[in-house]
Design a protein around this ligand. Structure first.
Ligand code: ZN
Length: 498
């Protein structure tokens, strides 16, 4: 059996299996079904297949698109690096290509497949599964995918290009030399020796890559990397409006303006990469299906841990299937009970959803240890060890806010702090409510250098300072190196207890 015949059989097997799985949906779509809506009322609906979440090889298999081309539009494989979209592939168009090939090359499946491939369609089956369900446009249904397209796709390419420009050893050395920081993972041995890199590791690399290469690359190389990283972060917004979507389009344009840098320095001969081309479809998909967290494969991979791996661990590893089902159904009941209890204890407010989201994004809690790291530490020594010579000046200004009649600026300078020693806390826990990543390290540290930690650690924190804070950039935000802030925070505590 030839390769082309084997691939055709696999494709037919897949499409026939999907047809069986989706048969109930086809019937419901044609005849309609009654389901209960969120208000508890019965409604007559016609469900149809509108989103299909998959990685690139499966996207091609599902949509019958030739590997190396775009499953959503008719851009040719040798022009994927262009910023222009070609006319959309549609279910009707793909079916007509398959039908024409079937009529004109009916002598063998190989001839049929070759005729389809000339039109960038994989002709393994005469009858794809999406021919039947009503209203389905399989090409439109193919969604963006943050995990495989961006982190495990484009960002992986980006790291490879940086390694070839900077040198693997040099980049590893730079990554090893980075100081500790809040939310930053330390790659003690660099990144080149890592095998089987997970999505979470890619995310951690994305946080430090630009800082490690910016002085080696030409400005347009830095601009290109910055634009691509901006795109990756903007694409993960959990809410979007026309302004934030325009940011997404702008950053993509910026990347395309400077992308030739990677060809000029010899990283690539061309940038005809399907995953790079897929970025031009992000805005349309977000407008159609909502933000990307609705259809990111990361969620399903996460559910594999919650539902399969944890379920398996809860068993005695014998006849595990039934035990796993029982464990899952108990987890569900516990969750239902928790939600039911929470909704009875906290009745839903009438606050509009928009306000709830805004206030939640600004709310965060901070927790301190019960006892300070250093009790009653002299201010002079703190100034020296925390490298903050202006400590006393800032402390006076801070304390002035608490006076019933605050002093004027020149009076503050002449005033004397009525104590010499304060307690020092060298870290606090920070719990922003909107953090989605469970692995996020949320400890902020201010630790002076010592014999065991000669470099010390002073984390930088950026916080929203006023209502003008923008969704991108640092306008409206303030950056504090926490050597000052920690002590100021400590001092209030000290005042209260003494
Ligand atoms: Zn396309």
């Amino acid at each position: 059996m030839s390769d082309i015949d084997l691939r055709s059989r696999i494709q037919r097997l897949f499409h026939e299996s999907m047809r069986i799985i989706l048969n109930p949906l086809k019937e419901a779509g044609q005849k309609s079904v009654k389901i209960r809506n969120s208000k508890g009322e019965m409604q007559q609906i016609h469900p149809f297949l509108c989103c299909y979440v998959a990685d690139y090889p499966e996207q091609c298999l599902v949509s019958c698109s030739k590997s190396g081309t775009c499953p959503k539009c008719r851009q040719t494989a040798d022009n994927l690096q262009s910023l222009t979209k070609e006319s959309a592939r549609t279910t009707h168009w793909t079916k007509s290509v398959i039908l024409n090939a079937k009529e004109n090359a009916s002598e063998s499946i190989s001839a049929f497949s070759r005729t389809c491939l000339d039109k960038d369609v994989i002709g393994g089956t005469y009858d794809p599964f999406w021919s039947d369900p009503p209203y389905t446009d399989i090409h439109k249904a193919i969604t963006p995918d943050i995990l495989h397209q961006l982190y495990q796709g484009l960002f992986k390419h980006l790291v490879g290009w940086c390694q070839s420009i900077v040198g693997e050893k040099e980049l590893d050395q730079r990554i090893r030399s980075l100081s500790h920081g809040q939310g930053l993972r330390r790659f003690k041995n660099g990144i080149s020796a890592l095998s089987q890199i997970s999505g979470s590791e890619r995310k951690n690399m994305a946080k430090i890559l630009l800082a490690c290469v910016h002085d080696v690359l030409a400005p347009r190389g830095v601009q290109a990397i910055k634009a691509l990283l901006d795109f990756i972060y903007l694409a993960q917004y959990t809410t979007h409006d026309t302004i934030t979507l325009s940011y997404l389009e702008d950053t993509l344009k910026k990347f395309h303006q400077d992308k030739k840098y990677f060809i000029d320095v010899g990283c690539r001969e061309h940038l005809n990469i399907p995953k790079l081309h897929s970025l031009i479809h992000y805005v349309d998909s977000i407008k159609l299906f909502g933000t990307t967290d609705n259809y990111n494969t990361e969620m399903f991979e996460r559910l594999h841990i919650d539902f399969a791996k944890q379920g398996w661990r809860a068993t005695n590893q014998r006849d595990e299937f039934l035990q796993m089902i029982r464990w899952l159904s108990r987890q569900e009941k516990i969750d239902y009970f928790k939600h039911s209890l929470a909704s009875r204890l906290q009745p839903l407010s009438d606050t509009p959803l928009q306000n709830v989201t805004n206030s939640a994004s600004k709310r965060s809690t901070i927790t301190l240890a019960k006892k300070p790291q250093y009790s009653s530490h002299p201010l002079q020594i703190i100034q020296a060890t925390h490298n903050c010579p202006q400590l006393q000046h800032h402390l006076k200004q801070y304390l002035n806010n608490f006076l019933p009649e605050p002093l004027l600026n020149h009076q503050i300078q002449a005033s004397i702090i009525p104590f010499n020693n304060v307690d020092v806390y060298s870290m606090f826990r920070f719990h922003p409510e909107t953090i989605q990543d469970d692995d996020e390290d949320d400890i902020v540290k201010a630790i002076p250098s010592s014999m065991s930690h000669p470099e010390g650690r002073f984390d930088t924190v950026i916080f929203i300072d006023n209502e003008n804070a923008e969704a991108t950039g640092l306008e409206g935000k303030r950056n504090n190196n926490f050597n000052f802030h920690m002590v100021a925070c400590v001092n209030t505590n000290h005042r209260n207890t003494h």
